[in-house]
Design a protein around this ligand. Sequence first.
Ligand SMILES: *Cc1c(COP(=O)(O)O)cnc(C)c1O
Length: 362
Amino acid sequence: MPRPIEALVHPAALAHNLARARAAAPDARVWAVVKADAYGHGIERAFAGLRGADGFALLDLAEAERLRALDWRGPILLLEGCFEPRDLELCSRLHLWHVVHCNAQIDWLAAHKTHQPHRVFLKMNSGMNRLGFTPAAFRTAWTRLNALPQVDEISLMTHFSDADGPRGIAHQVAAFDAATRDLPGERSLSNSAAVLRHGVRSDWVRAGIVCYGSAPDFPDHDIRHWGLQPAMTLRTQLIATQQLQPGDTVGYGSSFTATAPMRIGIAACGYADGYPRHAGTDTPVLVDGVRTGTVGRVSMDMLAVDLTPVPGAGFGSEVTLWGRGPQGSQLAIDDVARAAGTIGYELMCAVAPRVPMHAVED
Ligand SMILES: *Cc1c(COP(=O)(O)O)cnc(C)c1O
């Protein structure tokens, strides 16, 4: 028998979440952001759930090829654009739209030979200070691009640093608007948090995390608040139980000491499966669908769970690390992420290759 751990992808939940993003931005077209192998879900597994999107945004050229291999003929946007001049050949061949965020990318386009001019998204650095032209340099970049026969349509884009938090997006929207007011072209501004929290109008929104059933602004709001469903389940089974007496300790470093008699279960999941090692005692977990907590340190292949609330649990009991449990139970990935000092994004992207993953219809 294989080790009992597995990850499930729920295409119906992806489709539901995509519809939530659409409903929150009813005037916009929606890019489903599928970078990082669809946030760890696998592009091929996620495709059935997300094919209702108006386009797919990602940044790895090999992932763009995989989408075309799935026979996706619609728009694909490379969020970081080209990394070297020859990437433009793939853009021409596969009809990829690409971000232009720096002058080197304009130089490469100017030297590129193509029959069909490219659609590009010119990116402004409106305050994130990661990629893009500053508002002061934006118009010069636009004018250079606009003069190139290799360029067809120029769309305008920026990215928010604080759509999920108290600073908000107003300062960046103001910078973007001021520098683009009289420029033609479609606009793409919002990520998931901006779509859900801020009603800023744009032609294209970029919905990433919202599609996968994690709240971009957790713990301000949870997935129930936003009407989202977990798109991934990570589950395993108990492969042992232990009866502890007061004073007994659990796991490496003896970080947990029992103060009363207590039964624990040992689940076949550890940090080598992508479960966060920084999840301390009492990180939420479901056993047979009942919410309980982890006990002691997470080790490479195992973790311990408190069986006090589930006295009937034993060898072979189902353990849900996140996602859907038995009998309609659910554990949001955000709850686990918070206990580990991280965010849902990181956990879903980190499920290890050794964990078998497959898509399941409801
Ligand atoms: C990843 C990414 C997104 C999606 O962000 P979410 O918070 O997952 O919605 C949008 N735009 C850009 C440029 C990105 O890199």
